[in-house]
Design a protein around this ligand. Structure first.
Ligand code: HEC
Length: 196
């Protein structure tokens, strides 16, 4: 091998080594912030959504051949817009305190009636126009986008508040990666005696 060839090939190897380490640092950076919607962050978010039970309330249930099951064709799209709920049943005094719709997306209790939100990234009816900062603030404060009204039961924001910002960012990255579904969830209803 000529001396110049040797120099050229060592330069090529050096460049390849530098490039590889730059790429390695870049991918570690993306995972660490979780913000960029990197595939690692989305995978982590999917895992958290599944183990933390977001589907339980935010995906409507339907009656399948083996009993109630999640309707995954409406995954995470919240209370179905076309399902208008009748007035919630009045419960007798005693330890029974709340009622839930067969879809598990509408809940009634001493707080009135709450409907689970559309978590898909539809711009008008879901989380499409939310920023990561608003999503984190909602989970940390239990208020809509960190500033609005207090969230109603049974949304377990106090559990989510204990997640690291990085994990909340992964949840958000996954939710934002879903196909947007247009579904306008009704506004919550105050309890009957709230005006007194
Ligand atoms: C036990 C039922 C339940 C579970 C489990 C649940 N939610 Fe909710 N969630 C609700 C209800 C009900 C509302 C509507 C509350 C309201 O209108 O104040 C809601 C609202 C929200 C909102 C909207 C907040 C806003 O400001 O409008 C977000 C975002 C949200 N949930 C995310 C999640 C995520 C992410 C998970 C899983 C980690 C989850 N929820 C699990 C019941 C649930």
């Amino acid at each position: 091998m000529k001396k110049t060839d040797l120099v050229v090939s060592s330069l090529v190897i050096a460049a390849a080594v530098i490039l590889t380490s730059v790429l390695a640092v870049a991918s570690v950076g993306a995972t660490a912030t979780g913000q960029s919607g990197s595939s690692a962050s989305i995978t982590r978010g999917k895992y958290l959504v599944e183990v933390m039970g977001c589907h339980d309330c935010h995906t409507p249930w339907k009656l399948g051949p083996k009993g109630p099951e999640l309707d995954m064709s409406r995954a995470l799209s919240g209370h179905p817009e076309e399902l208008t709920m009748p007035a919630a049943p009045a419960l007798p005094p005693g330890p029974w305190m709340m009622s839930a719709a067969a879809t598990m997306t509408a809940w009634s209790g001493p707080w009135g009636v709450s409907y689970t939100m559309n978590l898909t990234p539809d711009k008008e009816t879901g989380l499409g126009d939310w920023t990561l900062e608003q999503f984190i603030a909602t989970m940390k404060t239990g208020r809509d986008r960190g500033k609005g009204r207090a969230l109603l039961p049974p949304m377990p924001y106090f559990n989510l508040a204990k997640l690291s910002d990085e994990d909340i960012a992964s949840l958000f990255a996954y939710l934002q990666s879903l196909p947007p579904m247009r579904n306008r969830v009704p506004q919550p209803v105050d309890p009957p005696d709230s005006s007194q």
